[in-house]
Design a protein around this ligand. Sequence first.
Ligand SMILES: Cc1ncc(COP(=O)(O)O)c(C=O)c1O
Length: 385
Amino acid sequence: MSFKKYYQHFLKAHGDVLHMACHSHHFWPDVTRQATLDYWDDSAKHSDQKWGIIFGEKIPKLQSHIAKTLKIDKAENIVFAPNTHDLLIRLLSTLPTKRKPRILTTDGEFHSFSRQINKLVEEDLIEITKVSSFPSNSFWSSFEDALNEKNFDMIFISQIFYNSGTSIDDLERIVKLADKHGKIIIDGYHSYFTRPLDLSKIQNKIYFMSGHYKYAQGGEGLCFMTCPDDGANPVITGWFAEFEALSSKTGEVTYPTHAGRYLGSTMDFTPLYRSLSVYDLFEKEGITLDVIRSHILKLQKKFLEIIKEVNHTEINEKSLIQDESQERGQFLAFKLESTQACQDLEQGLRSIGILTDSRANILRFGFSLYQDELDFERLRRIKDL
Ligand SMILES: Cc1ncc(COP(=O)(O)O)c(C=O)c1O
């Protein structure tokens, strides 16, 4: 089955180019165009009163879609921000201030986290322990050893690593190992909406962060985090966290009892309308996460068959990072000899109408509903690159 009909605007705008950078920036389904206009119309029609619609109808609706997607019981324990960095800052502001907080993480985290944390280390404000992320064989043992060595205030780890596309399939194992430590944050930006996920058993243990820019297809500006009932009073919040503020442990600044305690302040809610329109479309059309996953696996299989046949000197089975023993992310990553080789090939691919991207010496190919197996035939031309 082809799903291209839902993406006519973006597909047309790209002409004959095959978009394989969907792991960075997914195309938006056509319904998001009307949703953008709906936000404009609601703003015109309701002006100051639009907030009642946003907070009273739209946000609860989105919370319920996300809760359903992740199998979370309490939809009110999902909080929004324009990007994950904002959410991170609020989480960091719950760390102890009377001593240096200790954070355990990996060397494969996206810049939103790693850059911020590197600066905090540079300023001697936190202590960090980094273990090697997948595909390192030693991930689990290094992670466990680090946890046994000291007590951490925060553990921050991606479910699927942005550079290698390798996956920590077993989040429950992370929780089991780190249970006696502080907050466990899962960066789920590369896993959310790529496969069925079930957080029901660990929903009260982890903070799961993601957004709609990638696989959830609603565009930029709307990220979210699921929260346990942590009763935390983050130091950095915005005035939206004052809505329904009922509980406070100390002082006069009060907080809601749910995840609204991590809210910021005024933001553009166009992406909320866009994202809702995508969830609604998929629900209406029966495009479930199982449907998405099976389409993606079919595409990846075809792609790899062609790669095997062509046997290019650099893009081949040997340079593919993810092996079959692990669940792969929604993109495939090839480790090349150098960053330069990667950039050259990226350019070369562009010349044969394939748009992809790279991170250092890793070339990434993303898969999406708006591709069909036949699209990959042009890949055979890489033998000339
Ligand atoms: C793993 C991961 N986390 C987070 C982000 C986005 O971070 P932010 O929302 O802070 O821009 C990305 C974007 O590419 C990512 O790959």
